[in-house]
Design a protein around this ligand. Structure first.
Ligand SMILES: Nc1ncnc2c1ncn2[C@@H]1O[C@H](COP(=O)(O)OP(=O)(O)OP(=O)(O)O)[C@@H](O)[C@H]1O
Ligand SMILES: [Mg+2]
Length: 240
């Protein structure tokens, strides 16, 4: 039986920058994992490698299928929420309908989730994705990713631009996914990591520094990794 995600000795160099250096790890079905680390530590590059958006040395297998060699098969497993929304000129309703119908999912599932995240669907459905505010774009991407019900949900800083009113509904929607579906996210928000995952992988300069149960890694990781929540000027008064 193949693991859901099998990252084998993955390296990525951008010019002089070694973004990833021989990263190997496995993630099983139903596991919920966060990649954490300082800016530039390689989190997004690793997520992008996982969803076949960046060419790497080494291999990434999803349910035993090589993402670089057979993306159209491997990526059936995955829904991906990028850190920065692509500047698409397509109206929101058309975009969600196209993506979800390819996955055999009813498009109104995305509009229902978007509304739960506080989106005024009737107001945004005819607008181009690129013309929405950063937070609204993120809510639309979250709605599509959550609606698609893929076995693996991959989210790059999913709540970084969300208003406080949307954050709890987002956490709840992620928790409501079926028990067997896995989650991989990267985050600078300690609350997000503590609420959503069981396992934390800490990256530092493109290598895995720590990998273990969320409580242990969160206790060991430095407070400098986290954005500072309101009312916590030194960034340490966040509850795991
Ligand atoms: N397309 C690119 N071209 C050149 N360098 C890149 C590119 N993408 C990433 N890098 C470099 O690779 C390193 C890792 O970047 P990455 O985006 O993976 O970091 P990150 O951990 O996601 O950081 P952040 O917390 O800021 O989102 C950085 O030094 C970055 O400048
Ligand atoms: Mg990033």
């Amino acid at each position: 039986m193949h693991p859901l995600v099998d990252i084998q000795a993955v390296s990525k160099r951008y010019g002089a920058v070694q973004a990833l250096n021989q990263v190997s790890l496995q993630i099983g079905a139903g596991e919920r994992v966060a990649f954490v680390g300082a800016n530039g530590s390689g989190k997004s590059t690793l997520l992008r490698a996982l969803v076949g958006l960046v060419r790497v040395q080494g291999r990434v297998l999803l349910a035993g299928v090589d993402v670089a060699k057979s993306p159209e098969i491997a990526l059936r497993q995955v829904a991906y929420m990028p850190q920065v929304a692509p500047p698409l000129d397509v109206p929101v309703a058309e975009l969600t309908k196209t993506i979800l119908s390819l996955r055999g999912v009813a498009p109104d599932r995305a509009s229902a989730i978007a509304r739960q995240l506080g989106v005024d669907w009737d107001q945004v459905k005819g607008k181009a994705l690129r013309d929405l505010s950063g937070g609204t774009k993120q809510k639309i991407l979250a709605a599509v990713a959550l609606a698609s019900q893929a076995p693996l949900l991959v989210c790059d800083e999913p709540t970084a631009n969300l208003d406080a009113a949307a954050r709890d509904p987002f956490f709840e929607l992620v928790r409501q996914r079926p028990a067997g579906s896995a989650l991989v996210l990267c985050s600078h928000r300690r609350d997000e990591v503590a609420q959503l995952v069981d396992r934390v992988v800490e990256l530092s300069e493109g290598v895995v520094l720590r990998d273990g149960p969320a409580g242990e890694v969160l206790a060991a990781a430095g407070s400098a990794l986290w954005t500072r929540p309101q009312g916590s000027p030194d960034g340490v008064e966040v509850h795991a």
